[in-house]
Ligand binder design. Sequence first.
Ligand code: ZN
Length: 227
Amino acid sequence: MAKHIVRPFITSRIPCDSSIFTYLNNIGQMIMTPVIAWYIEGPGEKILVDTGISAEVCKPYWPGAEDVMPLEEALKSVQLAPEDIDIIIHSHLHFDHTGGNSMCKNATLVVQEEELETATSGIYSHIPGQNYYPELYEGQKMEIVKGDQEIVDGVRVILTPGHTPGCQSVAIDTANGTAIIPGFCCTENTFEPPCIFLIQRNSINSNPISRGRTEDGCISASQKRDR
Ligand SMILES: [Zn+2]
């Protein structure tokens, strides 16, 4: 079984309301979210998982992005040019995952069938943060997959719908075991949300969750687990 090295490249950061990652807790608290392209270094094909986006490309879609290391510069650090990339596995087709595609002219995109159907259906086009912009990947070769599938030796995709209907994760065999790049957009707080929901202090509430409230009137995920 081929072993690979996973190299994350933070292409940019985009401002987001943190509540979109934490079940609407902390509405109005802005965070800069890293936008990552992952290079999968292995013995054969040169593979990216998603292509991130540069501040310039991002501008028409989402204001306020800041460059960290745009894809072309990142690939230079591993002695590659965008044209050298053979395969781009797309966790999903949102703009912040497809922004570097046009540079990778020789790549074949690996996309779940349901994701492509969703992206071209137009039903999500008007929901903020759920925008698909086909011009970022139109005309590129595509390999459409359905469900879990091996892409090359040691690299396989797993259908993990949730963030989008056709979202997929990528499992990579490395010298240290299997690495998983999850397809959904999240932060640490998605798994340890600061509050489950706000509870009125001094309120009479028989809901067991209210018994774990903090001084702030909130309950943390760890508190909930410990009870
Ligand atoms: Zn997304």
